[in-house]
Ligand binder design. Structure first.
Ligand code: ATP
Ligand code: FE2
Length: 328
């Protein structure tokens, strides 16, 4: 049994094949980067269109000649994400599914981020800290749902990092570039810290960051360092509250921002102090990737999820807590 997964919700066009014994045969991707204004949907769409074929071909290569005879289902990220990019991925996947005569399965991108981490880290019942460009959420599994128990009340933490990096004239994605810059820091700049129970807010932090930058007189590296310290402390505080409240002894990091070594360190220290385990998969499974879609597709297929119609709509605002989680 083989499932092909296709990811195209934002900056990355990814494709991956997973087999029935839960092994990945491939995990190929092309990710949009920019020195300029960041993710302009039209430009990203052109990027995806230019790379889709070669990414798909490389992902299918391990199946040898006639891969279409070995694929049992195609899974695609149906949402959440940027509308035009979702439609493009859905169209590619639907055409292949029709041509090959296999079911098309709609996967929730957010849940896929959680499930790949659970698999790779062999997590049992963690609090999930999902930190990406568009999302910042704390979740726990409750029977057939992922319940969002805390989240950002405004922008995603990755969006904060990307906007801040852009302001400093760095490129996209901003997370890794801010980190590199912050290694040169020699001082801390006071910026607002906003945690409300298990929820967080980042717009005030961004506004303060922007006005300190525009006022001048502070090193960019110090601003970059302070922004990360505060934003990552905020999500760790909220995560610790969730672990205490729901009596969990595992914290699983998910989403592209979880690649941050600063965040990983802070989360690890917090977990160690509570006698809990901090779990985080490899970077290739944190930033958007086809493997997480293929894996979630396999779970969906095995649990009898109803396939999508050929003309299924994308779901740009589909939340993780609105997904029927049919698998154990
Ligand atoms: P989602 O729909 O899940 O919000 P996304 O489009 O944000 O997906 P991801 O790949 O999950 O995509 O996350 C991208 C974010 O991760 C970007 O904001 C990027 O700056 C950030 N990021 C990537 N690598 C790092 C890193 N090493 N340190 C900090 N942030 C990082
Ligand atoms: Fe993502």
């Amino acid at each position: 049994m083989h499932v092909l997964g296709i990811e195209s919700t934002a900056h990355t066009f990814g494709a991956s094949v997973v087999d029935g014994s839960f092994r990945f045969l491939s995990n190929e991707k092309a990710s949009f980067t920019s020195d300029g204004p960041g993710m302009v949907p039209r430009e990203v769409l052109r990027f995806h269109q230019a790379h889709a074929d070669s990414v798909l071909q490389s992902a299918l290569k391990p199946l040898g000649p006639h891969p279409e005879k070995k694929i049992d289902a195609i899974a695609v990220s149906q949402g959440p994400g940027i509308g035009t990019l979702l439609y493009e991925g859905l169209q590619v996947a639907a055409l292949l599914a029709a041509e090959w005569g296999v079911p098309l399965l709609g996967v929730n991108h957010a849940v896929a981020h959680l499930e790949i981490g659970r698999k790779e880290c062999k997590a049992k019942d963690p609090v999930y800290l999902y930190v990406s460009g568009g999302n910042t959420q704390l979740l726990v599994r409750q029977e057939d749902r992922y319940a969002v128990v805390g989240e950002t009340l405004d922008i995603g933490i990755g969006n904060l990092l990307d906007k801040s990096a852009r302001l400093l004239g760095l490129g996209f994605p901003g997370g890794p570039l801010l980190y590199e810059l912050s290694l040169k820091s020699q001082g801390f700049v006071e910026l607002p810290y906003t945690v409300k129970g298990m929820d967080v807010c980042f717009s005030g932090l961004y506004t303060a960051f922007k006005s300190r930058f525009e006022k001048g007189g502070v090193e960019d590296a110090d601003l970059a360092f302070s922004l990360q310290e505060i934003a990552f402390d905020m999500v760790c505080e909220a995560a610790e509250r969730a672990m205490a409240h729901f009596e969990k002894d595992e914290l699983l990091l998910a989403g592209g921002v979880a690649c941050s070594r600063i965040l990983q360190h802070k989360a690890k220290v917090m977990c160690e102090q509570r006698g809990a385990r901090m779990l985080v998969p490899e970077n290739k499974f944190l930033t958007d990737n086809g493997a997480m879609i293929a894996w979630n597709g396999l779970l969906a297929l095995k649990s009898g999820q109803t396939p999508l119609a050929q003309d299924a709509e994308a779901r740009p605002h589909w939340r993780a807590d609105d997904v029927d989680v049919l698998w154990v």
